[in-house]
Design a protein around this ligand. Structure first.
Ligand code: SF4
Length: 351
């Protein structure tokens, strides 16, 4: 074991945060933590991990749960495709592997929603196999430690870092090594103002030697963000509200929300009324239609301008656009996205 490896491991054993997924070798729990922590901070993901492990103690329990319940438990965490893939993966593990996670990287990576990163994490953390885990923290530490200016968000860059990470992997203790380097990136080698004076690797770090920490890692600029205009019509009548399930292959698939009319620019109230006339959902003259709220919502490659209108019907409950009428007190039983959740918190519906 090299001196650098030893310094990193010693530092890790003395400084690591006590996180529940670090105290288990159960591949199901490790997989759950990895799915939850993708694009999520530890503090935000922790209660979700605890809820999932409490509600579904085995992969079989998760596989047998209705998707709607899984989405409900996931609510607020965003990137809902993760929850849907997670549910399908659980079913795959149960149906094709007799409820036991595969024990090799090659088999793990074939499972839906398990990419190279998660496969390496399960292979090393659960089975101590020699696969380097490469997340944003690892990219940062390696690029600085070895002064690599290859962009980390290109196919070529990913290959370079994957090779480097596996070369740097401590084959005596792959699990602890992977945890240590991720922990160093998360707590010391921070994106801005890394705490180099407390870093166990500052005697070998090339970027620190020439004070180039702030220039690394290199990332190519992202694609332009697309703006979408979501106009929601919240139809209410006599303590009931219309919800519709998102079936399209798009963001928030399988979540429930009010009726959505997407447009290529912001829609004003008369246009909303014209759409209602055109669709024939109900007679707008017999309803009270009013503007409620507008939110801006930023996703990875999309900016959403979401405007909510409320239509208060007087007595009729027609079938509207595949929607279902739901008692107002039961709305929170349906999985929904954060935006509609925010609307319900901030706007007093006339029910
Ligand atoms: Fe990161 Fe600084 Fe440590 Fe280098 S010395 S690995 S830049 S924290």
């Amino acid at each position: 074991m090299s001196q650098t490896h030893l310094q990193l491991l010693n530092w890790y054993h003395q400084n690591k945060r006590n996180l529940p997924w670090r105290n288990t070798k159960n591949p199901y729990f490790i997989w759950l933590s990895e799915v939850i922590l993708q694009q999520t901070r530890v503090a935000q993901g922790l209660p979700y991990y605890q809820n999932f492990t409490k509600n579904y103690k085995t992969v079989k329990e998760l596989a047998n749960a209705p998707l709607q319940d899984v989405l409900k438990l996931w609510q607020g965490l965003g990137y809902y495709s993760r929850a849907r893939n997670m549910h399908q993966t659980a079913q795959m593990v149960v149906n094709e592997f007799d409820g036991k996670f595969p024990k090799t990287y090659q088999e793990l990576v074939k499972l839906k929603g398990i990419g190279p990163y998660t496969a390496a994490a399960i292979a090393s953390f659960a089975y101590n196999l020699p696969h380097a885990v490469i997340d944003g923290n690892v990219f940062r530490v390696l690029s600085r430690l070895f002064l690599i200016s290859e962009p980390i968000n290109t196919t070529q860059g990913k290959k370079v870092f994957e090779a480097l990470a596996n070369e740097f992997l401590n084959l005596n203790t792959p699990a602890d090594h992977n945890q240590a380097i991720m922990e160093l990136g998360a707590t010391v080698c921070l994106p801005k103002n890394p705490n180099c004076s407390d870093c166990p690797l500052n005697n070998t770090c090339k970027a620190f030697t020439i004070k180039k920490m702030a220039d690394l890692p290199v990332k190519l600029p992202k694609n332009a963000t697309k703006t979408r205009y979501f106009n929601y019509l919240v139809v209410v009548n006599n303590n009931q509200i219309v919800l519709k399930k998102r079936e399209e292959k798009d963001i928030w698939q399988h979540l429930f929300e009010p009726i959505l009319i997407e447009s290529d620019r912001e829609m004003q109230e008369p246009e909303m009324v014209a759409v209602i006339y055109g669709k024939g959902w109900f007679n707008p003259k017999k309803a009270k239609i009013s503007y409620a709220l507008t939110y801006k919502h930023i996703l990875t490659h999309q900016k959403l301008i979401c405007t909510f209108y409320v239509a208060e019907l007087k007595g009729e409950t027609p079938k509207i656009n595949d929607g279902i009428w739901v008692d107002a007190k039961d709305v929170d039983k349906y999985p929904t996205h954060r935006l509609f959740e925010k609307f319900l918190l901030n706007y007093k519906l006339p029910i």
